[in-house]
Design a protein around this ligand. Structure first.
Ligand code: NAX
Length: 332
C-alpha cells in the first residue's frame, strides 16, 4: 500500500503526449516502477502545440485513480519540468518516419538536447539519473550530458534495452524456449542499424546460446539483421514506430538501475565510455552493464570477442564517431 508520508519521487518525462509516453506514463504512475508504497510525481514536458493533447493524457491519468500518483505537473517550460527530478526520461524528439535518414534526425534533434542538459543540471535533484530514449539516443545523450558537466557521468544512460529484448525474443523463438531462459545478451554500440547484438556471449538455460542453436549462419546473418532492422520492420507494418515495446524497455532499463542485475548476468545500456574495449573515451556506447541495488554499476569486463564481433563493434564505433562529428557544433 502507498505510504503517503513518504517523500514522492519526481520523475520527468519529455514528449509526454507522444505515443511512447502514452504506453509509459500509466505504468510509472501505477507503482510498477518505483514500487507500490512509493508516491510518484510525474512532471510532463511537451512543446506548446501538444499541451492540449497532454491535458487529455493527464485526464486519463486522473481517471485511473492510481494511489501511487501523488501529483502531475504539465508544462512546456524545461526549468519547471526538471525541478526536483530524480529521474528524467528524455523521450521527446521527432520520431523516425519511413525513408528518413539518420543524418536528418541528428540535425533535427541534436539542437533540443543541449538546452535540456543545462535545464537538468540547473533544476534536478542531486540524485538525478537520466535515460535518453529519443533518437538518435546515444548522440542525444552525448549532447545533453556535455551541457551538464556537474552531473556525474555515471548518471547518464541511453536506451539499448529494446534491442536487447528484441534479440532475446529472437533467440528464444529460434531455440524453442521461453524468453526467460535467455540471459547475458549485450547490445554493443549505437542504437541504430549498426548495433552489434552479441549472441556468442549470450546464454540459453545457462549454456552458450550458439551451442544451443547450432546454426552459425543464422546467428551471423538473419539474427543480427532482424534485430538491427526490427524498428524499420515495425514502422513498415504498423505505419508508426515502436511504442509499447519501447515504453516497456524504458521501464526495464530504469528497474535494472534501481534493482540491480542478477549475479552473473548483465543488462544492455549505452553509457559514457571510459575507453572500455578500446572505444574512444566520451562516446555514449552500448555495453553489457552490471548494476547493483545501491545504484552503482559497471561495464562488464573480460567479455571475449571473435574477429567477426570486433569488426562489427568497430563499425558501430565508427558510426558514433561520425555522429559526434556531425553534431560538433552542438557540443560545448
Ligand atoms: P511521438 O512523435 O509520438 O512523440 C514525441 C513527442 O515529443 C511529441 O508529442 C512531441 O510534441 C514531443 N516533443 C518534441 N520535441 C520536444 C521537446 N523539445 N520537448 C518536449 N517534447 C517534445 O514519438 P514517439 O513514438 O513517442 O517516439 C519518441 C522518441 O523515441 C523518438 O525519438 C523515437 O525515435 C524514439 N524511440 C527510441 C527507441 C529506443 O530504443 N531508443 C525505441 C522506439 C522509439 O521510436
Amino acid at each position: 500500500m502507498v505510504d503517503v508520508a513518504r517523500n514522492p519521487v519526481h520523475v520527468t518525462v519529455t514528449g509526454a503526449a507522444g505515443q511512447v509516453s502514452y504506453a509509459l506514463l500509466f505504468r510509472i504512475a501505477s507503482g510498477q516502477v518505483f514500487g507500490p508504497d512509493q508516491p510518484v510525481v510525474l512532471r510532463l514536458l511537451e512543446i506548446e502545440p501538444a499541451m492540449k493533447a497532454l491535458e487529455g493524457v493527464a485526464m486519463e491519468l486522473d481517471d485511473c485513480a492510481f494511489p501511487t500518483l501523488a501529483g502531475l505537473v504539465l508544462t512546456s517550460n524545461q526549468q519547471e519540468a526538471f525541478d526536483s527530478a530524480s529521474w528524467a526520461l528524455l523521450v521527446g524528439a521527432m520520431p523516425r518516419k519511413e525513408g528518413m535518414e539518420r543524418g536528418d534526425l541528428l540535425s533535427a534533434n541534436g539542437g533540443l538536447f543541449g538546452p535540456m542538459g543545462e535545464a537538468i543540471q540547473k533544476n534536478a535533484a542531486s540524485d538525478i539519473r537520466v535515460l535518453v530514449v529519443g533518437n538518435p539516443c546515444n548522440t542525444n545523450a552525448l549532447i545533453a550530458s556535455g551541457h551538464a558537466p556537474d552531473i556525474p557521468a555515471d548518471r547518464w544512460f541511453a536506451m539499448t534495452r529494446l534491442d536487447e529484448n528484441r534479440a532475446k525474443s529472437q533467440l528464444a523463438k529460434k531455440a524453442g524456449v521461453p524468453v526467460a531462459e535467455v540471459s547475458n545478451l549485450a547490445i554493443w554500440g549505437n542504437h541504430s542499424a549498426t548495433q552489434y547484438p552479441d549472441a556468442y556471449n549470450a546464454r540459453i538455460g545457462g549454456r552458450r546460446a550458439t551451442d544451443v542453436i547450432g546454426d552459425e549462419e543464422w546467428v551471423n546473418g538473419e539474427f543480427i539483421s532482424a534485430v538491427q532492422k526490427r524498428g524499420a520492420a515495425i514502422i513498415s507494418a504498423r505505419g508508426l514506430s515502436s511504442a509499447a515495446s519501447a515504453a516497456s524497455a524504458a521501464i526495464d532499463s530504469v528497474k535494472s538501475v534501481l534493482d540491480g542485475t542478477p549475479e552473473g548476468d548483465w543488462t544492455s545500456l549505452a553509457v559514457i565510455s571510459k575507453g572500455e574495449y578500446g572505444v574512444p573515451e566520451g562516446l555514449v556506447f552500448g555495453y553489457p552493464v552490471a548494476t547493483k541495488a545501491d545504484g552503482t554499476w559497471s561495464v562488464v569486463e573480460g567479455v571475449e570477442h571473435s574477429d567477426f564481433a570486433r569488426e562489427k563493434i568497430s563499425k558501430t564505433t565508427d558510426e558514433l564517431l561520425q555522429e559526434r562529428d556531425l553534431v560538433k557544433h552542438l557540443l560545448p
